[in-house]
Each structure stands twice: as C-alpha cells, then as structure tokens.
Design a protein around this ligand. Structure first.
Ligand code: SF4
Ligand code: SF4
Length: 288
C-alpha cells in the first residue's frame, strides 16, 4: 500500500508526519520511506541511526547534440522546441541544455538527422536503510530546474515490490508537476495542514489535486489550537475526513529543531500513528 504525505504549502509538518508514521510502523510492517522532495530532501535529518546508502543511481536526461557537418540551419528544431532550449541564429545552432526537457522531438523533426541525444546528469537516487527502515531518496543537483525525472527513477522500483509492503512517500510541497509525479499511483493521500488562512487556502488546492487524480484522501491538522475551526469548516464543506490532530506544542517544536521524531520519545504517538495506518488500510479496502 502506497501512502503519500503532501500539503498544499511548505512548512506544515509533512515530513514530520511521514517520518513519524514510517518509524511507528518500522518493526511491524517493515515499510519503505521515500523522500520524494528531491529539490530539498530532508528526511535523512530525522533518521537515527544514520542512513546507510547501499546503492547510488545516476539520473540523466537526454539532450540534443548537433552535428554541424549535417546541419543546414533550417531552424525546424528551434521552431519545434516549446522550451526554447534551441536557437538557430546567424548560421549557428545554440543549445541550452538546462532548459531541455528531453522530449526527443527536435531529433525527430530534423530533416538532416543532424541531432543525436546525449545523456546529461541532473541528479541521483540513493537507496539504503536506517535501522529497520528501508529508505530511498532522490536528489536533484543544485541549479537544475527539472525535478520530475529524479522522482520518476526514485519510484521506479515500487511496481516490482511483492506482498503488502507499506510505502510512505514524503512528497514535495505545493501542487505542481513534481507533486503529481510523486503521488501518482498512490493508494491514499494524507494531506497535512495547519490552522491558518494560508493553510486552509493551500489545503483546498491539495484537495482539488488528489480529487482530480482520484486518490482517496484524509486530512491531518498539525500545530492544532484554538483556530482549528478554519480547517474543520473546509473539511466539512469538501466532505474530507480529519484523521489526526497534532497539537501546537513547544515540546514538539523543540524536538523538531533537534531532528528528533516526537513518536520516538512519546510512545503514545507511535500508537496513534499505527492507528492511523490501520484506519487508512481499512478505508482503502472499502474503496477497493
Ligand atoms: S533541424 Fe536539424 S538541420 Fe535544421 S537547424 Fe536544427 S539541427 Fe540543423
Ligand atoms: S529534446 Fe525536446 S525539450 Fe530538448 S531541445 Fe529537443 S525539443 Fe527541446
């Protein structure tokens, strides 16, 4: 079962939830925890003992290389490219590999077969473990604008998993294409929010996204307090269940600042996260 943890905005506690959920299941369910926030992976900061990396896979995208001996500067490749990754100016062809999305279209439309594709490395996928937890993370190289291929490779092995392995995905913040790629194929989406106007607004965007993708979903209110009604009201309107409420507490904040998942030192919260997991499992079985 694949559970994605996402939020319409950053800073709601999405990673905190993903890590605490995975650690609470570590001994019983042997889950795999994926850090799919590839532009800024930070799950490893919370994992103790340290992460042991067993495998590092390079992530590359194919970019065009021009054979000027065959090129007649017709300009069709530049006309075709929707990302302005090619320009034909004054008898020369310029390529801008950072803008290339690797679609391969320019090589297809070139009438003189003057374009071949060469790999350009943009990031890595690391697979390993932290104690009893299997842990995979994607990492986009600094300055690279195109994160989706890293997320795609990160998730590639999931379809080959056998049995009922639980997979927890820490998705990137927001609702852009990197989030779509991270949560695609999930059985359930946990939407983490906070009781603020921004939290409500961006939660609504996240609800619309998972509805479009037809992923069953529920809400976790983090940093809950006197203002919870702002989220409860939206969840009632959209008919979304609230599965867990985590209170606003300086103790949680202090542990977060030190990179300590709070369920590790508060066993009652391990029970809460296990209860959450089994509730989701039941909901998924009802849907199927
Ligand atoms: S389409 Fe081919 S021949 Fe035309 S400018 Fe581009 S590389 Fe050169
Ligand atoms: S591969 Fe696609 S995105 Fe890249 S330069 Fe060619 S047409 Fe543009």
């Amino acid at each position: 079962m694949i559970i994605s943890v996402l939020s319409g905005k950053g800073g709601t506690g999405k990673t905190t939830v993903a890590v605490n959920l995975a650690l609470s299941l570590a001994e019983t369910e042997r889950p795999i925890l994926l850090d799919a926030d590839v532009e800024e992976p930070n799950v490893a900061l919370y994992l103790k003992p340290d992460v042991i990396v067993d495998e590092v896979l390079p992530v590359s995208v194919p970019v065009p290389e021009i054979d000027l001996a065959k090129c007649n500067y017709c300009g069709r490749c530049a006309e075709f490219c929707q990302f302005n990754a090619l320009a034909v100016i004054n008898g020369s062809v310029m390529t801008f590999p950072e803008l290339c999305h690797g679609c391969g279209g320019c090589a297809i439309v070139c009438p003189n077969r003057a374009i071949r594709e060469v790999p350009r490395r943009i990031g890595t996928v690391e697979k390993g473990s932290s104690g009893p937890l299997e842990f995979w993370q994607g990492r986009l190289n600094i300055g690279e604008p195109f994160a989706v291929p890293v997320t795609r490779l990160l998730k590639q092995g999931l379809s080959e998993l056998e049995g009922e392995t639980a997979v927890i995905i820490d998705a990137p913040p927001g609702t852009a294409c990197t989030v779509v790629e991270a949560i695609r194929g999930s059985d359930y989406a946990l939407l983490v929010t906070e009781p603020t106007p921004f939290g409500r607004h961006d939660l609504d965007l996240a609800i619309q996204l998972v509805r479009q993708m037809r992923i069953p979903h529920g809400v976790i209110i983090n940093r809950a307090g006197s203002n919870n009604e702002i989220i409860v009201d939206l969840c009632n309107k959209r008919n979304v269940p609230i599965l867990l409420v985590i209170p606003f507490s300086t103790r949680f904040a202090a542990m977060g600042a030190k990179g300590i998942p709070f369920s590790r030192v508060m066993p009652d919260w391990q029970k809460e996260f296990r209860r959450l997991y089994h509730a989701i499992k039941e909901l998924c079985q009802c849907v199927n």
